[in-house]
Write a protein of this length. Structure first.
Length: 526
């Protein structure tokens, strides 16, 4: 049932056709005009020349959930079917060394949306928006987010899919239109109550399909004289991973997969697996989870293909910059656990938790280019702002550097990251992980030990390296943190969820176990 007004009747369920008919009337255009930027500084680099006088290029940002860099054909996976992601790589730039500054949803997403660190923003863990205090807290109220910047620059803006930065039950600031996932994102298929511009609407079906439907409807109804910014947030690669939660037809594509690109699963002693309920001896059970994840990647790829096809049909593809990335990485048994940074206690910053896909198709830039430049979400934010000539507030200190003009230039600058009171610095050779309020600290030699199997933190040979990296890490964060929001004070900040590692006691239990083992070993030596 539908109201006579553009909004959907919130007391009835609607089918997909009814939903699209209603939502098309809700997408209202506005004339493009230059924003007043007298109080702001110019973009990080001079603007790139635009092809049409008076109308910049459109921008689509695909910000997927839990998509590891290893999980795409263009990144070397031999069995995953991702023809549309592969096409973006062939027609654009693929970054082989892209990472997230935080290996969990909300802070990772906040980094690319604001260009700021979690310790500047104050978001340090995933936000449980089922809790009204957390859902309604103004986490980004004083931030110049990408949608705000695009809207101020005269773009027509849309979010379809995941936000997860507070206020997901509303239309977040900066978006003209929103088809979102309120409170909790739920299962991948079945009945779910979304919100359309702040109003609930219940649909039954596949989330990726509905997210894409609304993206295409937005593209169809966009004002022709106005550029657009479209943020698409798929969640299919987030848990639950098991094949029972995914499309049987897509599962069938991987029924005979060997998963030879993935390691043999041997459980990590820290494992706190996410939505994984079998053991390392259950080989078929492990395949059932991996089939689900592979099917999820292909589901996302199929829906990206729908959007690319629409852009081609309407002659908009070569007027649109397309960025595909993920909030953070994901393991499917890598390192002996399933999930990401919060899938262990203590928390982790392993490579598979932080490494992400990053593909950029710019109609005026290089194609079929592989860049090994080390980049992260801070740099991607800076680059998007550079592409669109967005004005950034002079009052904020941004850590990122645009790679718009020189994406293939080798950059050896260390990458920095954090998760609560864990911080890390990653160079071409080393990764130092410091847990400021607990142990163990870690140093990995990435060149000689890419799988991060040997911790050299207590090795006398590496003490000078540790000293130098520690100084770099602390010096960097002294420039990019707020005294009131720093992760080193995370225990005193507003609670993000019911399962925070710095409050759940599990890491402390692990530390106590380490200390007891050391005490026993010392007694044996005596």
């Amino acid at each position: 049932m539908m109201n006579s007004s553009p909004q959907l009747d919130t007391t009835h369920k609607v089918n997909r056709r009814q939903f699209l008919l209603a939502s098309s009337t809700a997408l209202i255009g506005q004339s493009w005009a230059s924003a007043d930027v007298s109080s702001e500084k110019s973009a990080i680099h001079p603007p790139i020349t635009q092809p049409q006088a008076g109308k910049p290029l459109n921008v689509i940002l695909f910000l997927t959930d839990d998509h590891g860099a290893w999980a795409a054909g263009c990144y070397g996976n031999k069995e995953l079917q991702t023809p549309h992601l592969d096409r973006l790589a062939q027609e654009g730039i693929r970054f082989s060394d892209a990472t997230t500054p935080c290996p969990v949803c909300s802070p990772g997403r906040a980094c690319i949306m604001t260009g700021q660190t979690p310790s500047q923003i104050g978001i340090h863990d995933w936000l449980n928006e089922n809790n009204p205090i957390i859902a309604n807290h103004p986490w980004l109220a004083d931030q110049s987010t990408l949608p705000k910047l695009f809207q101020q620059a005269g773009y027509h803006t849309m979010l379809t899919g995941k936000w997860h930065l507070g206020g997901s039950h509303t239309t977040p600031d900066g978006f003209d239109q929103c088809f979102g996932l309120p409170y909790t994102q739920g299962w991948h298929n079945g009945e779910y109550t979304y919100h359309l511009n702040g109003k609930p609407v219940t649909l039954s079906g596949n989330k990726s399909q509905f997210i894409t439907d609304h993206a295409i409807q937005f593209l169809r109804d966009c004002p022709k004289n106005q550029p657009f910014f479209l943020n698409v947030g798929y969640i299919a690669t987030h848990s639950p991973y098991h094949q029972d939660h995914h499309d049987p037809k897509l599962i069938d594509q991987y029924k005979d997969a060997s998963f030879s690109d993935l390691p043999v699963y041997k459980e990590h002693p820290w494992s706190k697996n996410e939505a994984f309920k079998t053991t390392e001896d259950d080989l078929e059970g492990i395949k059932e989870y991996r089939r689900g994840y592979y099917a999820a990647v292909t589901e996302i790829d199929n829906n990206i293909g729908r959007i690319l096809a629409y852009l081609e049909e309407t002659n908009q593809l070569d007027n649109t910059i397309i960025v595909y990335t993920s909030d953070h990485g994901c393991t499917q048994g890598h390192h002996g656990f399933w999930g990401k940074g919060n899938s262990t206690r203590p928390l982790n910053a392993y490579e598979h938790s932080i490494r992400i896909p990053l593909l950029i198709r710019h109609p005026q830039k290089e194609s079929n280019l592989i860049s090994d430049r080390a980049v992260d979400h801070y740099d991607t934010f800076a680059t998007i702002c550079h592409y669109a000539d967005l004005r950034l507030p002079a009052s904020k200190n941004y850590p990122g550097q645009s790679f718009a003009e020189n994406p293939a230039e080798t950059r050896s600058t260390p990458r920095f990251g954090e998760y609560g009171d864990l911080r890390f610095i990653r160079t071409d050779q080393y990764k130092l992980i410091l847990r400021y309020d607990h142990v163990p600290n870690e140093l990995f030699d990435l060149k000689n030990d890419p799988d991060e199997t040997t911790n050299h933190y207590d090795n006398p040979t590496y003490q000078q390296t540790i000293k130098q990296l520690t100084l770099q890490l602390n010096t960097w964060y002294s420039a990019y943190q707020s005294p009131e929001r720093t992760g080193l004070k995370v225990k005193s900040l507003l609670k993000h969820n019911h399962d925070e590692a710095w409050r759940d006691g599990k890491r402390e239990n692990y530390v106590r176990g380490i200390r007891k083992r050391i005490e026993r070993r010392n007694k044996q030596k005596l």
